[in-house]
Write a protein that binds this ligand. Structure first.
Ligand code: SF4
Length: 185
């Protein structure tokens, strides 16, 4: 948080979390939020957490608390295991594209799907391919902030594995996974 604030002196910065561990987190976390003017955004999942206790802690330490957008409805944005979707169409429809930017092992991705799909591959024995073209190496010599921003705003090859046509997106009930691949496809 200190590093983020030093580098982004004027922007809004928020810790985005499901909140589960917040009641147990050491006071140093709250103090850092306060000292570096960093807010707290909690996902509104239907899980049992002591929200009033969390809000009281935020108030005690002078930290701005907010909910993320309401999550009463849950949707599956299915994968296309054939990997032949239209990347531009998917990127244009995707709420994560250039919005849920992820840093993983020194590489920036325009979404959280691409850097994490390896866990899906491991679980289900699939071979969803992620290549260096799907991300930017922030340590590349000479790379500029403008180039990184440009890359984040463009479709990536991995978009071919998503399927964001409205007709294929379906709502699901909140619950514990059965661990079946059909839940994702
Ligand atoms: S790979 Fe493309 S379509 Fe899929 S989640 Fe990422 S940005 Fe969205």
């Amino acid at each position: 948080m200190e590093t983020a604030r030093k580098n982004f002196t004027k922007g809004n910065i928020s810790v985005f979390t499901n909140g589960i561990l917040l009641p147990k987190i050491p006071d140093g976390f709250w103090r850092a939020c306060h000292d570096y003017n960093i807010g707290l955004t909690v996902s509104e999942y239907p899980i049992k957490i002591d929200i009033e206790g969390i809000k009281a802690l935020a108030e005690k330490f002078g930290v701005e608390f907010r909910w993320s957008s309401s999550r009463e409805d849950f949707y599956v944005e299915p994968l296309n295991l054939k990997g032949n979707s239209n990347v531009r169409l998917n990127f244009g429809l995707c709420v994560r594209a250039n919005s849920c930017i992820a840093l993983s092992h020194g590489r920036l991705f325009t979404c959280t799907f691409a850097p994490n799909v390896r866990h899906f591959n491991k679980k289900f024995g699939t071979n969803i391919e992620i290549t260096p073209a799907d991300s930017v190496n922030i340590y590349d010599e000479g790379i500029t902030a403008d180039e990184i921003l440009q890359r984040m705003s463009e479709p990536i090859p991995a978009c071919r594995w998503c399927n964001l046509r409205n007709s294929d997106i379906r709502s699901i009930d909140w619950g514990i996974t059965q661990g079946k691949i059909e839940e994702w496809t």
